[in-house]
Design a protein around this ligand. Structure first.
Ligand code: FE2
Ligand code: FE2
Length: 187
């Protein structure tokens, strides 16, 4: 199904960013002067790509179609997850704003918030891989075309044309921006 492939690929993008965030947060926690814009760009990715776009597709297009036909309780669990995710994302955003490069305490707070949100997202993605995608494949296959078209419309309406591509470019550039700090010691 094209719709599940789209969501699966987006999950891979999210997992890639989380791996970069792990490295950047560990460096910040040691007192390395990781530039604030690394954490700010990752925060924008969480807010625009993960929440507005990816969770938007699931909440507005997938869940309503699945409720009458899918396994009981699955959508409710995933919606509760999304609510919790928004709280953890807000905590990360505020720790990222308060981050002061080279300050171990601020780095520790940022790393703790980053780890909480990353652990949540990895668990949520695993649950969707194990339960949501099989449920979509068995209940929503006839809706695949309508779903994929709805995903494309939502992407343009919610995040604007070109934003997806810009964020993918940002992901590709993250590694080299973080690498210099992964071996750096505190000051
Ligand atoms: Fe989700
Ligand atoms: Fe998802």
């Amino acid at each position: 199904m094209q719709a599940t492939d789209t969501l699966r690929n987006e999950h891979l993008g999210v997992l890639t960013v989380l791996d970069h965030l792990d490295r950047a947060a560990a460096a910040a926690e040691r007192g390395a002067r990781v530039p604030t814009d690394v954490f700010a760009d990752i925060q924008e990715f969480f807010s625009v790509f993960v929440d507005r776009c990816h969770h938007g597709k699931e909440e507005l297009e997938v869940f309503p179609r699945l409720i009458p036909r899918g396994p009981a309780g699955l959508v409710q669990r995933l919606e509760a997850d999304h609510t919790r995710g928004r709280q953890l994302a807000a905590a990360y955003a505020s720790a990222a704003r308060a981050y002061d490069p080279g300050q171990v305490e601020a780095g520790r707070r940022l790393a703790a918030a980053a780890r909480d949100y990353a652990a949540f997202l990895r668990e949520h993605i695993a649950l969707e891989t194990e339960e949501l995608f099989p449920a979509m494949e068995s209940a929503l296959a006839p809706d695949d075309r309508a779903l994929s078209e709805a995903f494309e419309r939502l992407e343009v309406e919610r995040i604007g044309p070109g934003t997806h591509e810009r964020l993918h470019g940002m992901i590709d550039g993250l590694g080299p921006r973080i690498d210099p700090w992964t071996t750096a010691r505190g000051h």
